[in-house]
Design a protein around this ligand. Structure first.
Ligand SMILES: [Zn+2]
Ligand SMILES: [Zn+2]
Length: 557
């Protein structure tokens, strides 16, 4: 029963208006449950930034109320921020075995393994987090052990699907928990949060098993070495690659750190079944006849540092591409990665490889892990929620998902297409938008968490566009004269040897500006610097139509 005065709040700190850094929050009274803690890879304009995580200041401010983090599956966009969050908020973490196995790798790398409180769950578990009861149901996705969660609160049941599709012939034989979803629907669900990734795609997403059949066909037809690149986390795909290799008498060499890590943990936990004798070291792969070898590699997204990209550049320490190699890209580029992938494909062709790539519908060597429109409607019809919140998608996908919900009969005013930080409040069965909470992004560059802000990014952008000019000058405070300089050093602005007249004139302008200011008795640093900057910037723009960053360094003796 709902307690008087208490209300249920549902919002996202990540995962809306974007695919990545998923983090959803369900709060009832003083109990907060967090669903997922993911990261996102930076966009083009975030120069030099390594990863992006959600802004968790809301959770930090309410740290005494956060009862736990529940993870739906082991993809980076759902678990990648766990180490960063745990540093600020050491709360218990709940997830299935494979999910926690993958989290464990991250925690070890971050040196947090000993202090983290990890609690494995199954689809049978019931976890009490304050006044909220959490249960789990299995869904199909491109990684095993993926679950949706149901949170029973005093106000009603909130269901979060996690990432899902409906695969009628799953590779591991583990079907989605249709009955459980239907039971939830029958007993009444207050709000559903559902994956919008493929809301723009009509029909059904294909079965993973179909990919296995196509891989087997290609393996049988190929008389040379085969290199397959896919997501390290796609354990079912990896299983099918091993099966195709076994069928055609090939041994498998694994390259790429994340591939080695995931295959290791998945084997250890029993999610990947393969004969030890099939595994070979990359060195052995170079000695065996090509038709006896499969190389399983990272780099399906063209990541410049991945094993596949290194091979394509001729920069891998053991393996090089040989003419006649067949390279299968068993993945679709995530939006934004297309040009990286294209570059790798070009390089592979140049080395004489045959590359199987392109839309999954044509090559048959990939299927999405996310349900298309008919599957999204099926989920809505099984769960039959009173209120619907499309999540995990860019804004247009959330919109399309909202339309699908209307089609299956959910009233428009019961659907909330939210932005990060928008709060849906439900009290006595009535939902409305409440006051917003703090939400946003934190950029991580190397070891710095959140120290790269808009100003740093603006500077990096200026540097990348028009370069930099450093002006060094030493002044005598007493005499009010220039002692040495100005020396102008430039990088990325103009080719200095061909621009001597320009640089001489620039030096003259700096000298004149400083002399004028000193005769006017202007001696404070910031005025000196700003005047130099302004005068130089104006001159350079007139001459070159460029606006380099100008950094005056004025020393006084
Ligand atoms: Zn996923
Ligand atoms: Zn996801």
């Amino acid at each position: 029963m709902a307690r008087s005065g208490q209300k249920l709040q549902i919002f996202a700190l990540g995962g809306l208006g974007e695919i990545g850094k998923n983090m959803y929050v369900v709060r009832y009274g003083d109990d907060i449950v967090v669903i997922d803690a993911g990261l996102k890879f930076p966009e083009d304009e975030m120069l030099g930034v390594d990863v992006v995580i959600p802004d968790i200041s809301y959770l930090v401010e309410n740290r005494d109320k956060v009862r736990g983090i529940v993870l739906t599956h082991g993809h980076e966009d759902h678990i990648g921020a766990v180490p960063y969050v745990l540093r600020q908020l050491n709360v218990p973490i709940f997830g299935t075995r494979l999910t926690l196995g993958l989290v464990g790798i991250k925690l070890k790398e971050a040196g947090l393994a000993s202090q983290a409180r990890l609690h494995p769950v199954t689809t049978e578990s019931v976890v009490r987090l304050g006044s909220i009861l959490v249960t789990f149901f299995r869904v199909n996705h491109s990684i095993p052990d993926a679950v949706g969660v149901a949170l029973t609160t005093p106000e009603g049941v909130v269901v979060h699907t996690g990432d899902f599709k409906f695969d009628q012939t799953p590779v591991d034989g583990l079907h989605a928990d249709y009955q459980k979803m239907a039971d939830l629907g029958r007993s009444g669900v207050l709000a559903l949060l559902s994956d919008s990734t493929n809301a723009e795609r009509p029909g059904y997403t294909g079965s993973e098993r179909r990919v296995g059949e196509n891989l087997k066909r290609i393996f049988k037809q190929t008389r040379s070495r085969i290199i397959v690149a896919t997501f390290a986390s796609n354990v079912n795909r990896i299983q099918q690659i091993f099966s195709a290799a076994e069928l055609t008498g090939r041994k498998v060499a694994i390259v790429g750190r994340s591939m080695v890590n995931v295959v290791g943990i998945a084997r250890e936990l029993g999610y990947l079944k393969l004969d030890e004798a099939m595994l070979i070291e990359p060195e052995e792969a170079t000695k065996l006849p090509p038709e006896k070898v499969v190389v399983l590699s990272t780099g399906s997204q063209g990541e410049p540092l991945s094993a596949l990209a290194r091979m394509a550049r001729g920069a891998h320490k053991t393996l090089s591409i040989l003419p006649g190699d067949v390279v299968i890209l068993s993945a679709t580029p995530i939006p934004g990665n297309e040009r990286f992938v294209a570059r790798v494909i070009d390089a592979l062709f140049r080395l004489g490889a045959e590359v199987i790539y392109g839309p999954a519908s044509e090559t048959g060597v990939h299927v999405s892990g996310h349900g298309s429109q008919e599957e999204l409607k099926l989920m809505l019809n099984l769960i039959r929620p009173k209120y619907f919140i499309p999540i995990h998608g860019e804004y247009r996908m959330q919109r399309r998902h909202a339309l699908l919900a209307e089609e299956v009969g959910i009233p428009k005013n019961h659907i909330f297409v939210l932005d990060l930080g928008d709060v849906v409040e439900i009290q006595n069965g009535v939902a409305r938008l409440g006051p917003r909470v703090n939400a946003g992004q934190v950029l991580i560059d190397g070891l710095g968490v959140g120290d790269v802000g808009n100003i740093v990014l603006r500077d990096r952008k200026l540097l990348s566009q028009d370069g930099i000019l450093v002006v060094v000058v030493t002044l005598s405070k007493q005499k009010g004269t220039i002692l040495s300089g100005p020396d102008i050093i430039s990088r990325g602005f103009v080719y200095v040897r061909e621009s001597e007249p320009l640089m001489e004139e620039a030096t003259r302008i700096v000298t004149n500006t400083l002399n004028r200011l000193m005769t006017e008795n202007v001696s404070d640093w910031s005025s000196l610097k700003n005047n130099v900057k302004d005068a130089l910037s104006r001159f350079l723009y007139e001459q070159t139509r460029r606006r380099p960053m100008i950094l005056p360094i004025i020393m006084e003796v």
